[in-house]
Design a protein around this ligand. Sequence first.
Ligand code: FES
Length: 165
Amino acid sequence: MSADTPAPLWRRDFPYQAAAEEEVTRREFTRYLVLGAGAMAAGNVGLAAWTQLRSINTGEPRPIVALADVVVGETYLFRYPADDDPAVLLRVDERAVVAFSQKCTHLGCVVYFETEANRWHCPCHEGNFEATTGEVISGPPTRPLGRIDVEVRDDGQVWALGAEP
Ligand code: FES
């Protein structure tokens, strides 16, 4: 406020002056508020886009393990499609293997294979999935386990070909 501008009426009744009173006007405060809200909205949009892009990363074909290194009926843990995506392979018989994301489709706990029951089990809420298809057998999950396409090549290597989103 300049020296030749008369003081507003409220100043007579309320004559206190804070040290930094003149530094932020209502208009500036509103501007900060709008900019802050805009920045938060942009951050949310960016986060949503990143999550979406990450979820459609279906992976590049790559070798996982030699078939001979996995006993029939046993599992092999690996990471796919990204290094922070836990996955698990099950050797079904002499030539057949299946692989799934290890994240339960209910709330994301890690599933493991129960040999005696021949099924994938999630200990968090007792979710169960069929061994070779990943379909829900029981429990709260409503979607099957995320399947990873795998094949055994002529050299005996098991390859992951891609993850189903
Ligand atoms: S997280 Fe697996 S059943 Fe709930």
